[in-house]
Design a protein around this ligand. Structure first.
Ligand code: M6R
Length: 612
C-alpha cells in the first residue's frame, strides 16, 4: 500500500529517491520521507505529512541531503494518523538505524510492550517504529546488521517490505520482504530496491523479484540475497520491456485520462498474441485437456473493479460453458469455507498482482486442492508467481488509482479464456466461437470510435456533475457494467452512487427516487432492452432525471424517454460491457474534473491494497 525505494551508488541519493517516490506516489500519498547517510552529516531524516511535493520543497529537491545511500517512503496510513511523526522512515532510539516499511506487523503491540519494559521509548503510533527499535535491540546484541535483521524477522508476524540503512554501514542498505512486493534493480550508477519497477525504470530495466522470506544486502556494486536462514540465493534477472514514457503523463492532464485513451492499444497488445489462425491459443496455460473436461465449477475471485470483471464473466461464461461460475469477493471467499476440490478451477483477477485478500483467497483455494489461474497485469507480482498458471494483461503500467485499462484488458483476456474453455468443453458452437472472436478483435476499433467523441460525455458530465446521489440501473450484463460505472464515479468524484439490478428497484430502492434524482440507465443488452425500458419509465414516473446509455439500434426508443442519451457501437452481446464501460469511465472522469477532485489520487485510496 505504501511505496518504498532505496538507492546505494555513486550519485547523490536524495534526488533519486524523490524521483522514484514521485513515480510511486499512487501507492500512498498521505505523508512521505527519506533518510540518507553520508560520512560528514551522518544519518539525516526528513519526513512530512502531505504530498511528496511538500517533502521535495523541504529538501530543495533532495539537494540539501548529502550521501549516496538512502531509503524513501510514501505512506498510506494503517497504524496511526497521517502526521509528521508517523511518517516513515522510522529511526531507532540511538538514531543510527532508519527503516521504511510497507505492510502490517501483527504482533507489534506485544513486541512494543516487551521493548518498553526494557526502557525503549517510542515516538510514533506505528507498527513500523517497533521494528526499527527491535532492530537496534538485536544489533546491540550481535553487532551485525544482517544477523540483526534475521533475528528481527524471526520475531515479527505479519506482512512487510523493509528498506533499512544503518549509520555504521556507509555504503549498504538492507531489504527484506514477506507478502508485500519488493524488487531489486541493478543499475549503472548504483543499485536499487523498490516496491514497484516504475520507481527505477528511469535508471535500469534489469530487475529481480524478491521472494517471501528473503533478505537482500545492497551495495553500489552488488546485491547479495539470502533466505531466512541467511543462506545465499541466486536470483534470476528480468528485463522490463516497457519504456519510462509508459509511466509518464505524456501531455495528458491526468493519468486516468491517458489510461482511458490507451485502452484500444492495450486490448490489442493483450489479445493479438493469443489469436492464431482464427483460434485462441493460450501458450502459457498448462492445463491438460482432460483436466478442463473434468471442471465442475469455476470461481472468479477478485476485489474492486477486478471483481466487477468477474461479474461480467459470470453472466457470459455460464452461457458459454454451461458450468456453474461463481464470482466471489476475495475478502469474503477466504473466510467462507468454500466448496473447492480438484475439479474446481479458481481464476483470480488482479491488476497489481499484490492485493492481499486476492492472494489469500488464491492460497486458500490451492490449499483445498483447486487449480489456480491468475489474470494479472504486473509481471513478476506475487499472485502471478504463486498461481498454477498466469495470463498477463499487457496493459502496461497503470498509475491512476481508478483502474480503466486494466479493467478493459482483463475483460478482453477473459473473453478469450471463455472461448478457450468453451472449445475444450465442447459447449460453444462453431458459429458463436467465430462470431465472438471476430468481435473481440474488433473491440479496439469500436472503442476508438467512442474515444473520438468524448465531448458527448463531457457535455453530460457538465449537466449532471452537481448531483449528490446517483443510481446506476441495468439488467444482466448491463447491471454488471453498472457496478463498475458506479465504483468509478464514487471513487474519484466522491458522489454517493449505487448500482442496482433494475428488477430489484421496486423491492426497496425505488423509495429513494424523487424529483431530480439522477439515474444512469444502462440499456445496451439487447435481449433485455424492453425490460430495461420499463424500468426507465418507472423511475421517470417518479421524477428521476435519466442519463441513458444504449446502442445505435435502440437510440431512437431510448431518446423518447431519457433526458440525455449516450450511444456506443454494437458488438456481440457478451462483449457489450467492454464498450459500454468507456463512456462510464469518461463520465466519472469529467464529473470529478468539474468538481475539482484530485482525480489520480482520490482521498483515502491507494492503488495497490497490500493490507487486509
Ligand atoms: O490490483 P487489483 O486489481 O487486485 O486491485 C483491486 C482493487 O483494489 C481495484 O480494482 C480498486 O477497486 C480500484 N481502485 C478500482 O478503480
Amino acid at each position: 500500500m505504501c511505496g518504498i525505494i532505496g538507492f546505494v551508488g555513486r550519485e547523490q541519493a536524495a534526488p533519486i529517491l524523490l524521483d522514484g517516490l514521485e513515480r510511486m506516489e499512487y501507492r500512498g500519498y498521505d505523508s512521505a520521507g527519506i533518510a540518507v547517510r553520508s560520512e560528514t552529516a551522518g544519518l539525516q531524516v526528513k519526513k512530512t505529512k502531505g504530498r511528496l511535493q511538500v517533502l521535495a520543497d523541504l529538501t530543495h529537491g533532495g539537494a540539501d541531503l548529502e550521501g549516496s545511500v538512502g531509503i524513501g517512503h510514501t505512506r498510506w496510513a494503517t497504524h496511526g494518523e497521517p502526521n509528521d511523526v508517523n511518517a516513515h522512515p522510522h529511526v531507532s532510539g540511538n538514531g543510527r538505524i532508519a527503516l521504511v516499511h510497507n505492510g502490517i506487523i501483527e504482533n507489534y503491540l506485544e513486541i512494543k510492550e516487551h521493548l518498553q519494559q526494557k526502557g525503549v521509548k517510542f515516538t510514533s503510533d506505528t507498527d513500523s517504529e517497533v521494528v526499527a527499535q527491535l532492530l537496534e535491540f538485536h544489533y546491540n546484541e550481535c553487532h551485525s546488521m544482517l544477523e540483526a535483521v534475521g533475528r528481527c524477522l524471526r520475531r515479527i508476524e505479519g506482512s512487510y517490505a523493509f528498506g533499512i540503512i544503518c549509520a555504521d554501514y556507509p555504503n549498504t542498505l538492507i531489504a527484506a520482504r514477506k507478502d508485500s512486493p519488493l524488487i531489486l534493480g541493478y543499475g549503472e550508477s548504483g543499485n536499487f530496491i523498490a516496491s514497484d519497477v516504475t520507481a527505477v525504470i528511469k535508471y535500469t530495466r534489469d530487475v529481480a523479484y524478491m521472494n517471501d522470506g528473503e533478505i537482500a544486502v545492497v551495495t553500489a556494486d552488488a546485491i547479495d540475497v539470502f533466505d531466512s536462514e541467511l543462506t545465499p540465493q541466486d536470483k534470476a534477472h528480468h528485463q522490463v520491456d516497457w519504456d519510462v514514457s509508459a509511466a509518464e503523463k505524456g501531455g495528458y492532464a491526468h493519468f486516468m485520462f491517458k489510461e482511458i485513451m490507451e485502452q484500444p492499444e492495450a486490448i490489442r497488445k493483450t489479445i493479438s498474441p493469443r489469436i492464431r489462425n482464427g483460434r485462441v491459443v493460450l501458450d502459457n496455460v498448462s492445463m491438460p485437456a482432460e483436466y478442463v473436461k473434468g471442471i465442475s465449477r469455476i470461481y472468479l475471485i477478485a476485489c474492486g473493479s477486478s471483481y466487477h470483471v468477474g461479474v461480467v464473466c459470470k453472466y457470459s461464461w455460464e452461457r458459454l460453458l454451461r458450468r456453474p461460475v461463481q464470482v466471489e469477493l476475495a475478502s469474503e471467499f477466504r473466510y467462507s469455507d468454500p466448496l473447492v476440490d480438484e475439479n474446481t478451477l479458481v481464476i483470480v483477477i488482479s491488476q497489481s498482482g499484490e492485493t492481499l485478500d486476492t492472494m489469500a483467497a488464491m492460497r486458500e483455494a490451492k490449499r483445498r486442492g483447486g487449480r489456480t489461474l491468475a489474470v494479472v497485469n504486473v509481471v513478476g507480482s506475487s499472485i502471478a508467481r504463486e498461481a498454477d498458471d498466469v495470463l498477463y494483461t499487457w496493459a502496461g503500467p497503470e498509475i491512476a488509482v481508478a483502474t480503466t485499462k486494466a479493467y478493459s484488458t482483463q475483460l478482453a483476456l477473459l473473453d478469450l479464456m471463455g472461448l478457450y474453455l468453451g472449445e475444450a468443453l465442447g459447449t460453444v458452437s462453431g458459429a458463436d466461437y467465430d462470431e465472438i472472436l471476430k468481435e473481440v478483435q474488433a473491440l479496439p476499433e469500436k472503442m476508438e470510435c467512442i474515444l473520438e467523441h468524448v465531448e458527448d460525455v463531457q457535455h453530460a458530465a457538465s449537466r449532471y456533475f452537481n448531483h449528490d446521489s446517483i443510481f446506476f440501473i441495468g439488467r444482466n450484463l448491463d447491471y454488471a457494467m453498472g457496478l463498475e460505472g458506479s465504483l468509478k464515479l464514487k471513487e474519484i468524484s466522491y458522489i454517493h452512487s449505487e448500482a442496482y439490478a433494475s428488477g430489484e428497484l421496486k423491492h426497496g430502492t425505488i423509495s429513494l427516487i424523487e424529483s431530480g434524482t439522477l439515474v444512469v440507465a444502462l440499456g445496451t443488452y439487447a435481449a433485455l432492452f424492453d425490460k430495461a425500458m420499463s424500468n426507465v419509465v418507472e423511475v421517470k414516473a417518479r421524477g428521476a432525471e435519466v442519463l441513458a446509455l444504449t446502442t445505435e439500434a435502440y437510440r431512437e426508443k431510448m431518446e423518447k424517454v431519457a433526458d440525455t442519451t449516450l450511444v456506443v457501437p454494437q458488438t456481440h452481446p457478451v462483449l457489450q460491457p467492454s464498450l459500454g464501460v468507456v463512456p462510464l469511465q469518461l463520465f466519472a472522469y469529467y464529473v470529478a474534473l468539474q468538481r475539482g477532485c484530485d482525480i489520480d489520487k482520490p482521498r483515502n485510496l491507494a492503488k495497490s491494497v497490500t493490507v487486509e
